[in-house]
Design a protein around this ligand. Structure first.
Ligand code: C2E
Ligand code: MG
Ligand code: MG
Length: 613
């Protein structure tokens, strides 16, 4: 049957369907889907599906990209990939097209390709051009059915026209909102990507991307809190204006984040002369006059050389952001993207995520316990709990690594909580079995807050452990770091009856005055000196003198890193109260400790030495 409606000057004639079928690439489809994610667009399509009773709707752009719906629902990943020439022709035509029955339509008779959308054969097809508010023709709205029709009546045609016009308005709105920053009026992230893609497809092998971070996010937020949004908007406008003065003519500046600009630079511009970058940083570091208030920012300028073949699947903005972020901390203020550093940060990020999961699930974390022996009696008086992480693919990760990671990622509270719960439950079990030992726990600087006392008391009560059975080990630097603020927390821990040890003593920079003020009960001489005792008379002298001094100041003196019988014997002759080290025992899994305690009830001791005399 011949079509009846909408044949304009560009109407189809038999054998005229010359354009080849167009394959929509997944990339193109994804880009289209994203750019057409207009609020209300889906609703328009559903309305059309119901009004016209058509199962299939597509918006086909004149670029060949298409956005598909079946039964009112958007198809993921752009829908069918092959575009029949009829759809492409409709998208490029300024007039409506109607095919009431493809099998009976003369214009399609000679066509070698059957009319199909990839979702099945099509008998009925109608389209309406889509134009933006500004009159730009962008494609066609197409409706399709596997059943033929006898007519498309006036009211149905009007519905199709209205839907096409609503979509045209929406696309403009989306494009305006998505592509232009309302404050600075600079083109947005999507426009940046489009232009970068175009630039690299114009036969240029690579481009330089520059990103400018105005200020660290926290600082910018603090600025908004103090001054209000109007000042923040004005700041972004003035920073943009100053940056535009610097960038080469014909280069566009884009606003790619709330506090970030970017541009694609002509290649030679930077390679020739890096002083130009110093100049940009200097300009940005000069105070800005923001509504009459002078303000300095903390800019970071990042650079990335990107090759055309790196665009597919890559995220150049993420990479260049890495550089601009690093630059914010550097005195020079600009930095070129460093793949190794990025890789390291990514690994760290992934590891932090996994550590957080490990802390939730608790199957990969474990505690080992290292005995501490009283040198007077030769008996184990305490064990130090040491965390272990058995990563499923990376194997055993040393605590020195993951504790620092937890510290940086704000996970320390939950790690310490887990260590306290786990080790106190274990201590309670050992005590029930008659092992009268104490427990020492390592605590980080970030744990040392008002909460710690309550947490410690809570866990001890739950496991019915007296707090005098516990000792918390803080590093020397932690105890020095926040001297005034934290002295109160430390005093509260002491009041509960728990001991406080200065761990790794000798690696920090405390002087005698600060040492005198530390509210600690014991001092652990760092293992680096102790291990060196066998070979260095200096180390031996250090350990001997520090032990003497510490004991005279009232500390209980513990030596760590006792690796040999020779060192053990040496420390027996010094002012040391306890020893810990591989010679005595390696850190042991909890189930091995009772057997070790039974087998090592009498290590060499001063008492034994005296008896032997
Ligand atoms: P640390 O508290 O000074 O613990 C002693 C470290 O020295 C342990 O290493 C232990 O295995 C090791 N060690 C003991 N005796 C010897 C010896 O004779 N020779 C040698 N070469 N090493 C010896 P580890 O278990 O790898 O722990 C390293 C550090 O990680 C600990 O040093 C501590 O600062 C931290 N850490 C471990 N577990 C925790 C935890 O649960 N919380 C916190 N905040 N830190 C922890
Ligand atoms: Mg320790
Ligand atoms: Mg230590």
């Amino acid at each position: 049957m011949r079509t009846t409606a909408g044949w304009g000057p560009g109407q189809l004639a038999a054998g005229q369907l010359t354009p080849p079928a167009v394959e929509t690439s997944p990339e193109q489809a994804a880009a289209t889907a994203e750019s057409l994610a207009v609020p209300g667009f889906d609703a328009v399509v559903r309305l059309l599906t119901r009004t016209l009773g058509v199962p299939q709707v597509a918006l086909v752009l004149n670029s060949g990209a298409a956005y598909w719906f079946a039964d009112g629902n958007a198809l993921p990943a752009g829908g069918p990939r092959a575009l029949h020439p009829l759809l492409l022709q409709a998208a490029r035509s300024l007039s409506s097209q109607v095919v009431l029955d493809a099998q009976a339509d003369e214009r399609l008779r000679d066509d070698t390709l059957p009319l199909t959308t990839g979702l099945g054969p099509i008998r009925f097809f109608a389209s309406e051009p889509v134009c933006t508010l500004t009159g730009q023709h962008i494609g066609a709205l197409c409706v399709m059915d596997s059943q033929p029709r006898t007519e498309l009546n006036e009211s149905e045609q009007a519905s199709l026209r209205d839907a096409a016009s609503l979509i045209g308005t929406g696309v403009v709105l989306r494009s305006y909102l998505g592509r232009t920053d309302p404050i600075t009026q600079l083109p947005h992230r999507y426009a940046f990507f489009d232009d970068l893609r175009k630039h690299l497809h114009e036969g240029v092998p690579h481009a330089w991307v520059i990103a400018i971070d105005v200020a660290p996010v926290q600082r910018f937020n603090a600025f908004i809190r103090a001054m209000g949004h109007a000042y923040a908007d004005e700041l972004m406008r003035t920073v943009a204006a100053r940056t535009i003065e610097w960038i080469p003519p014909q280069t566009r500046l884009y606003q790619v984040g709330a506090t970030r600009f970017a541009a694609v630079l002509p290649d030679h511009h930077l390679l020739d002369d890096s002083t130009r970058l110093d100049d940009l940083v200097a300009r940005l570091r000069r105070p800005f006059d923001c509504l009459g208030i002078p303000l300095t920012i903390q800019p970071g300028v990042g650079l990335l050389k990107i090759h055309a073949n790196e665009l597919r699947g890559g995220d150049p903005l993420r990479l260049v952001m890495n550089a601009s972020h690093a630059a914010q901390q550097s005195p020079r203020g600009w930095a070129v993207y460093n793949r190794m550093q990025d890789e390291q940060q990514r690994q760290e990020f992934l590891l932090v995520t996994e550590l957080a999961a490990a802390l939730n699930e608790r199957t990969e974390l474990d505690l080992h316990y290292q005995p501490r022996v009283d040198l007077d009696t030769g008996r184990c008086v305490a064990v130090e709990a040491l965390a272990r992480w058995h990563h499923p693919t990376l194997g055993s990760i040393p605590p020195a690594h993951f504790v620092a990671l937890a510290e940086r990622a704000g996970l320390m509270h939950s790690l310490t909580q887990w260590v306290m719960e786990h080790s106190l439950a274990q201590l309670a079990a050992w005590r029930r079995d008659g092992h009268e030992i104490k427990l020492s726990l390592n605590v980080s600087s970030s744990d040392l807050d008002a909460d710690l006392v309550g947490r410690l008391r809570g866990v001890a009560e739950r496991h019915k452990i007296g707090l005098d059975a516990l000792e918390l080990e803080f590093t020397e630097s932690t105890l020095m770091e926040h001297s005034a603020v934290n002295r109160r927390h430390l005093a509260a821990i002491r009041e509960l009856g728990a001991g406080i040890a200065i761990d790794d003593f000798g690696t920090g920079y405390s002087n005698l005055a600060t040492l005198r003020q530390m509210p600690a009960t014991s001092l652990k001489i760092d293992q680096s000196f102790v291990r060196g005792m066998g070979t260095s008379p200096h180390d031996e002298a250090i350990v001997r003198s520090v032990a003497e001094l510490a004991r005279n100041m009232g500390f209980r003196v513990v030596v760590e890193g006792v690796e040999t019988a020779h060192i053990y014997e040496s420390v027996l002759g010094m002012a040391c109260d306890e020893a810990q080290g591989f010679h005595i025992a390696h850190p042991l899994p909890s189930q091995e400790l009772p057997a070790w305690l039974m087998a090592h009830q009498g290590m060499p001791s001063r008492r034994a030495v005296r008896w032997g005399e």
